[in-house]
Design a protein around this ligand. Sequence first.
Ligand SMILES: [Zn+2]
Length: 135
Amino acid sequence: MLHECPCGSGEEYMQCCGRYIEGGARVPTAVALMRSRYTAYVLKNTDYIVATAVKKVDSAIIENAMREGDFYRLEIISCKRGGAMDKKGEVTFKAYYRTTEGEGVLHERSLFVNRRGKWLYDEEASIMENFKARE
Ligand SMILES: [Zn+2]
């Protein structure tokens, strides 16, 4: 059983992203979805990643990406809209990861849509940086 949620909120997993990933609770905001998708990556929960995206994604592609590196820290930089009453949201984040070649950071602005009360990941608006350091 996980204690602290991997998303770094400081809350217990089942009080945080676990409610959505395992409990099936409704995700209230774009940021909450962003956090829970990050956590699903950390936990290698491909089904949750696929289920929370607008576009059909091949789970093999996600599993490959999961094998390449491990995320270890999430930083939410900013958020535009994305509240319970909004139809769209935009979240800018940095996700830090480790690979066998070293550490890297993915700095991305993602778009989210609210479909009748269900937040989904739409697409990346832009990737500012996806730096893979070499040791
Ligand atoms: Zn969390």
